[in-house]
Design a protein. Structure first.
Length: 146
């Protein structure tokens, strides 16, 4: 498994968007973050951090996963039940895909109702709503600055 395979798998899941955050992390979101989407996984693009993959796993799975050698509680995110996979060979590719699919489902289930409503809209209508929300957010930020 590697960044490209993780990226291809994550982007094939429903309603996934990606962003680059904190300089070198590719972050995967269920829904666009501008409309209330939440992140469910991320990878390190430079390979310089404490691990190669981080993902949300839920309370029950968290305790099981941190028992595996090479999987640790994610720095800054462990209280939200995120883990860090230190090397790609800690889990088999199929296991990584299953964990990412589970992370996506857990995060989707906790999205606000209004966000789920937008994601359920037909593509054209959803795009219009998202553009309007992004415009309103930009105006709100602009008015706070000025």
């Amino acid at each position: 498994m590697d960044n490209e395979r993780v990226r291809a798998f994550c982007l094939a899941l429903p309603h996934v968007k990606e962003t680059v955050n904190w300089g070198h992390h590719l972050v995967y979101w269920v829904g666009d973050r501008e409309i209330g989407g939440k992140m469910f996984a991320m990878t390190d693009l430079e390979g310089m951090g404490t691990g190669v993959l981080w993902f949300h796993c839920g309370a029950e799975r968290f305790h099981e996963l941190v028992e595996v050698e090479g999987i640790i509680p994610a720095p800054y995110l462990a209280r939200a039940y995120w883990v860090t996979v230190e090397r790609w060979d800690v889990l088999r590719p199929r296991e990584i895909e299953e964990e990412l699919q589970r992370a996506h489902a857990l995060v989707f289930a906790k999205l606000p109702k209004r966000t789920k409503t937008v994601l359920a809209m037909p593509e054209k209508e959803r795009g219009k709503v998202m553009r309007e929300r992004k415009k309103a957010l930009a105006e709100r930020r602009k008015s706070k600055q000025g």
